[in-house]
Design a binder for this molecule. Structure first.
Ligand code: AMP
Ligand code: MG
Length: 297
């Protein structure tokens, strides 16, 4: 049996072990077309559900994507976007924080990009970078904060951040939002292949940077940071989806499954007009029909 969405879901029950989690699904090359068709079907469903989400304007959705370089975040977003109406959707990429952003608390910049209710925000990376790259490079030790914040051990410091993130996501849930958290789990070998492709294909050169090689060398530290972050922040209301990402077409299907699934949970409905307004609509319709008749069209 191939992996499905349930296999990828981790809501904090038990312990998530990153080294035991597959990066490559147990599917054959020949099944690609079938999965691409399923992804296309999900895109239709997504569009219908998003239309209702927007019309209802009751609940907002944040879809955040985390991954190592070249795991397919950008192309996944491109595919997801092709299925939804750009009205009511925003995409934001979280880069190295600016001086302005660093002078605030780390959740501040994420808050400024939250969607309105009824809308979807896609985060390409997110505030999770603040427990990933910030931990791997020990950046937090250089932050301009009082000693009571930076005197902690690494474990204490990030333990507090996991709690803050859990509380933040619960706060969002209690205020009409869902946060869908996706980790595209790619293998180091697949990353190596994709980097080589980025170097060989001139149209992809811009995606490659020398620092990608330096980050790649820190793979074990990143995996530890991901494992701890996922264990520390997966909850019933904001579970993680750890998606095998070595085959892009399979990963896209699973991402589309996850988005359709969360939209179905939201179960958005078109607002129903009260009876008096529906009566008015019938009057307007009668007027419009009689105009058309008068012109003989
Ligand atoms: P890319 O997504 O390849 O364009 O690269 C964005 C870079 O910004 C990545 O190397 C991230 O690790 C880095 N980045 C994102 N958020 C933070 C953060 N809070 N602190 C430090 N670096 C970050
Ligand atoms: Mg990069």
């Amino acid at each position: 049996m191939a992996i499905d969405l349930c296999d990828c879901r981790f809501d904090g029950d038990g312990r998530f072990d990153i080294l035991k989690t597959p990066t490559s699904p147990d599917v054959k090359k020949g099944e690609r077309f079938d999965y691409e068709e399923r992804t296309a079907d999900n895109a239709v469903l997504m569009a219908q559900l998003q239309d209702r989400l927007y019309a209802e304007g009751r609940e907002g959705l944040v879809v955040l994507l985390q991954a190592m370089d070249a795991a397919g975040k950008d192309s996944t977003i491109k595919h997801v976007m092709s299925g939804i109406n750009p009205q009511g959707v925003s995409v934001h990429s979280f880069k190295q924080p600016s001086a302005e952003e660093l002078s605030h608390d780390y959740l501040w910049r994420a808050v400024t990009h939250l969607p309105r209710r009824g809308e979807i925000a896609l985060f390409n990376r997110s505030y999770y970078e603040d427990v990933l790259v910030v931990r791997v490079h020990g950046l937090w030790r250089g932050y301009k904060m009082p000693e009571r914040c930076t005197n902690d051990s690494e474990q204490q410091f990030f333990g507090k951040r996991y709690r803050q993130i859990r509380d933040f996501e619960e706060y969002l849930y209690e205020n009409g939002y869902r946060v869908l958290k996706i980790f595209l789990n790619v293998s180091p070998e697949q990353q190596r292949q994709r980097f080589l492709e980025r170097i060989d294909d001139q149209s992809k050169n811009w995606k490659f940077s020398g620092s990608d090689i330096a980050e790649r060398k820190l793979w074990p530290s990143y995996m530890r940071a991901y494992e701890d972050a996922i264990n520390g922040t997966a909850t019933k209301h904001a579970p993680w989806f750890v998606i095998p990402a070595d085959k892009k077409w399979f990963a896209r299907w699973l991402v589309s499954e996850a988005i359709v699934d969360v939209l179905r949970q939201i179960d958005p409905r078109y607002p129903e007009l009260p009876q008096d307004q529906r009566d008015k609509l019938a009057e307007y319709k009668a007027q419009l029909l009689s105009e058309g008749g008068a012109k003989g069209e």
